[in-house]
Design a protein around this ligand. Structure first.
Ligand code: DGJ
Length: 532
């Protein structure tokens, strides 16, 4: 039995209608939000799933098809739709980067390879084939090209200005992601003559000093490289083994800072970047210089206009990845994640345990459907855990969203405190939550439970009273007060919240109190009594 604790943090970064807001979101497939007509049934599905917001791409190629000629019709249409459905939007700016490539740059950018330089991934090569990805063709814009940076920043500023002009009163758009999974693949850094020269030049001294002053949060190999560096000099001298990745991160984060700052100056919405995880690979296999946790120190220094560094998590070790992204007081936001059977329990867990500001399965339009080959690969369906290969039940996901949505003021009032905790089947060793005098042990891997997707969130209402959201678990309350070591359950109710008020649906007692076993999503209110 290990105690569940929470590091106090209080990120009420996202607001809606003047109140703190948790995005119970879904991210659409890349092409869906290019057409309002195509989106109509998707909004419908999101509403049916109890979501309160969507993450929607807005692409550079669509809003600035010709240089300086902007077309924001799609942005307005999406905002109108969100309002009709009573939902919020996080826009995803697909500018220079989308999955480390430049798919969404407008034609006038793509075709002018002199003004808008491509990265030389290998000497003299602007397009390569990535061996690790079945020979996939790869090209991207250079992170060292100022003309691209200016054009990208200009387009983003126009976008933010436009959002402000149509939405400042209603605030339908509550956050923006700047670029998508930025970074460089095929190499740890660019290899043009200009990139070589920049790499040979001295690394900026204030940056070197910042890095040397922030080694405590760094991953072991990066810390080692920074600590054993010379403390000044060129990038190799300053950062040794990690120099190429740090060089890329420095330039990409600085590029994105320029874009984000241009937008924030005209309309200061919360802004985030998302990352393609490193998964222990070498930089260049995952996008080098992207905002992975191992480069978070670089990003926090170079991109202060970015509020959140967000991991896209498809891998099975979801919770460990979350742990990596809460360092440096980074608010946790999961903009993309899998739609398998852990999607629902993880939603509950990240709210209860990490006090997350948003959670969003990717391609949620397909929730409930059998997985495609790519999804199966991304989700790791062959690692031997049947839940990874089981699509999330739509009905239960909707229940989780609606229930959490109905508790929003209560949940956010407990954010940043130890009055809101959670446990999940994926972390069987952390099965116990303690609140003052009382604790709850939650067991999820038991022969008497048919479910394998257990989760439990507990919110302390008063010293002896708690709300519990439970599924797939057996719950045992206990006392941690040595003066009153015994605990009785005074009342146990099943119910829901309506307009912020608790409504009892059933009074539970007898067998139901004796067992405290929950095999379907259930919301409870419990009152305890301790004695000697
Ligand atoms: C991560 C990207 O950020 C998404 O836009 C999408 O391409 C997924 N990968 C693919 O499933």
């Amino acid at each position: 039995m290990r105690l569940e604790t929470v590091t106090p943090r209080n990120h009420h970064l996202l607001q809606a209608g003047g109140s703190p807001f948790i995005m119970l979101a879904g991210e659409v497939h890349n092409s869906s939000s290019s057409s309002a007509e195509y989106m109509e049934p998707i909004w419908e599905k999101a509403a049916g799933l109890g979501m309160n917001s969507l993450l929607l791409p807005v692409t550079w190629e669509m809003v600035e098809p010709e240089e300086g000629a902007f077309d924001f019709r799609i942005v307005e249409e999406l905002i109108d739709q969100a309002r009709r459905y009573g939902m919020k939007i996080g826009f995803l700016w697909f500018g220079a980067w989308k999955n480390a490539q430049c798919y969404y740059a407008p034609a006038w950018v793509k075709t002018d390879t002199v003004r808008f330089r491509r990265a030389e991934v290998e000497k003299g090569k602007k397009k390569i084939h990535l061996q690790e990805f079945h020979g996939m063709p790869y090209t991207t814009l250079s992170y060292l090209c100022e003309a691209t940076n200016e054009a990208d920043a200009n387009a983003f500023r126009e976008l933010m200005l436009h959002i402000k002009s149509v939405d400042e009163q209603e605030r339908t758009v509550i956050m923006v992601q700047v670029e998508n999974e930025p970074g460089l693949q095929g190499a740890a850094r660019e290899h043009s003559a200009a990139a070589d020269a920049a790499f040979e030049n001295d690394a900026p001294q204030p940056f070197v000093e910042y890095m040397r002053a922030h080694t405590s949060t760094m991953s072991a190999d990066v810390r080692q490289a920074v600590e054993s560096g010379a403390g000044s000099g060129n990038w190799m001298e300053a950062f040794g083994e990690a120099a190429e990745e740090i060089f890329s991160a420095y330039h990409i984060a600085s590029y994105i800072e320029k874009v984000a700052a241009a937008g924030k100056k005209v309309y200061p919405l919360p802004m985030m970047v998302n990352c393609w995880l490193d998964k222990g690979d070498k930089p260049g296999i995952y996008p080098s210089g992207g905002p992975v946790a191992r480069m978070m120190e670089v990003w926090k220094h170079c991109a202060p206009s970015i509020d959140v560094i967000a991991p896209d998590i498809y891998v099975p070790n979801f919770c460990e990845v979350c742990d990596d992204y809460v360092k440096m007081d980074n608010p946790l936001f999961i903009p993309e994640t899998a739609t398998h059977g852990y999607a629902g329990p993880r939603l509950v867990y990240v709210i209860g345990h990490y006090h997350v500001i948003g959670y969003s399965p990717f391609g949620f339009e397909d929730l409930g459907k059998p997985f495609t080959a790519i999804e199966s690969y991304l989700f790791g369906v062959d690692v031997g855990d049947p839940m990874l290969g089981t699509p999330q039940s739509m009905e239960e996901y909707a229940w989780y969203n609606r229930t959490l949505g109905s508790m929003m003021p209560l949940l956010t009032s407990k954010y940043g405190t130890a009055d809101l905790l959670a446990t999940i089947v994926e972390r069987p060793e952390r099965d116990t939550m303690v609140f003052g005098e009382y604790g709850f042990q939650t067991r999820m891997k038991l022969p008497i439970l048919s479910r394998k997707d257990g989760v439990c969130l507990v919110l302390k209402k008063a010293e002896d009273e708690f709300y519990i959201l439970a599924n797939g678990c057996v719950i045992t309350p206990f006392s941690v007060n040595p003066q009153k070591p015994h605990v009785d359950i005074l009342s146990l109710e099943e119910g829901l919240f309506q307009q912020g008020e608790w409504r009892m649906a059933r009074r539970l007692n007898g067998d139901d109190v004796a067992r405290m076993r929950f095999e379907s999503p259930t919301l409870l209110k419990i009152k305890l009594f301790g004695y000697q």
